[in-house]
Design a protein around this ligand. Sequence first.
Ligand SMILES: [Mg+2]
Length: 250
Amino acid sequence: MKRTALFLDFDGTLAPIHSHPDDVRLSPERENLLIDLSSKIPTIVLSGRSLPDLRKRLPVQALAGISGDHGASRFFRGRIHVPTGAQSVRPVVRRLGEALKETFLSWGGVYVEEKEYSVSVHFRNLDPDHTDAFRKILLGIVLPDIDRCSLIESKGKCVWEYRPPGLNKEDAFTWYLEEMNRGSESKDGFRPVMIGDDTTDWETVKRSVRMGGEGYWVGESLPEFDASITGLLRSPDDVWAYLEGLYLSV
Ligand SMILES: [Mg+2]
């Protein structure tokens, strides 16, 4: 029989979206449940945050893996794996992060998160009257890199993300499964369960279902109609109720 492997997004899935990303923490009870759960089911967190940031918020040693920067950095079995496409784009990411930080320094409500292999520009706290001006200035800075295809842009919930092309959560998801199958004594392999809430999770949720596993979407409705999706979980509280049930069932 196939063993389950659990894949979880972090912000909006395990923790509610917070206006200040740095303030997000799991409660000790939830952290303990995650530790107990991953002792039974290999658990991997796939996040847009950087690995150093995730280490502050998750029981890293208890997890089977954590991937940061939308799949561009991957911690697995005590080692960090970085695909070549991410390494080469590092100077571009650093330059862009610095330029954005300097530009939006005096903007209340805009927070530039410089990471190892990607940059996030959060605008949750921005005055809605300033949204158009913000977007115009942002595009002026990022477009040359997007035109050169050195970075791609994607939009999350009140955040613009800039990351290396061809690296994403769904590829990290497949990579983890392949690595785990390679290291497994059983020939049956793993049956994935993926839970996520943002546009960058959607392909992974669908891929998990297509691979014979389960895929759950966190939110009020799916981003596009797809009858194959296993189910909706309305909030991080519902995700934790599901995880508790999963823990008790194995
Ligand atoms: Mg999320």
